[in-house]
Design a binder for this molecule. Sequence first.
Ligand code: SAM
Length: 290
Amino acid sequence: MNYRHEFHAGNAPDVFKHVVLLQLVRRLQQKPAPLCYVDTHAGRGRYALDYGGAVRSREFQRGIARLWPARDAADLPPALADYLARVAELNTSGVLATYPGSPRLVRSVLRPDDRMILCELQPAEVAALRDEFSARTEHGPRRDPQVAIHQRDGYEALAALLPPTPRRGLVLIDPPYERPDEFAAALAGVELARRRWPQACTALWYPIKGPLAPTLLHAAVLRSGLRDVLCVELRTRPDDPAVLSGSGLLLVGAPWQTDTALRALLPPLAALLAEDEFPGDARVDWLVAP
Ligand code: SAM
């Protein structure tokens, strides 16, 4: 496995995914009952933007770095201001040097009774995750009691760990799409998560490189029998099979009125992230109605 998320952290698809993820958690938290967040492909939790892969790829310059200057703008949609405030918590000097991965972002808004379960396969990323979620004390490191970290295959974990306690919650499936069969494996993961934990919302992220792969994925969803599938996509460049022009999320069983909230939230995000002459494109469509 060659994939290293540090090259991509904070790029436009990452920002889109994290803005929607935060929105889902916030909506679930409108009810007082506790929730569990399950991240099948967790990554390392936080990423340096001032050295290593991020400096070499510069992808974050076309993502979070474009939003960062707007973080105090009075006309920012509240959900974008909320997301940027979470990023700012890691960059208190005002210089953008650190980006929160999905585990750190969600952890920053968990309530005392909420939990999270993180799965990751690469040993170096797992070590970084363990470090991220433990505090140094005089008696040695103390693990964050709200966070469980598993070094294991995220798809296998769905069968082994679902349903968790508490029974309300959210699954994020965010694979690297290195395997040729990853779209099929990811969709099978969504179906498994829905079977084992139907009360939860399941979110699947996918890349858009030309129209073919998303079209095939959507067709497979329609054949699958899944219901209550909201398709959310954000493009920041014109369609081109050679480059990542955008990304999408399939949200299965999303909290009530997520569609309405995202229809208001995503067009301004697309406008902020769009490149060159492309105006940006945000789509929120029911693939299968609730
Ligand atoms: N969810 C993270 C975030 O938003 O910050 C980013 C995850 S990154 C796109 C995908 C991660 O999955 C990588 O860290 C990679 O090492 C890990 N990975 C790859 N195959 C895996 C598998 N089968 N099970 C669990 N993790 C895997």
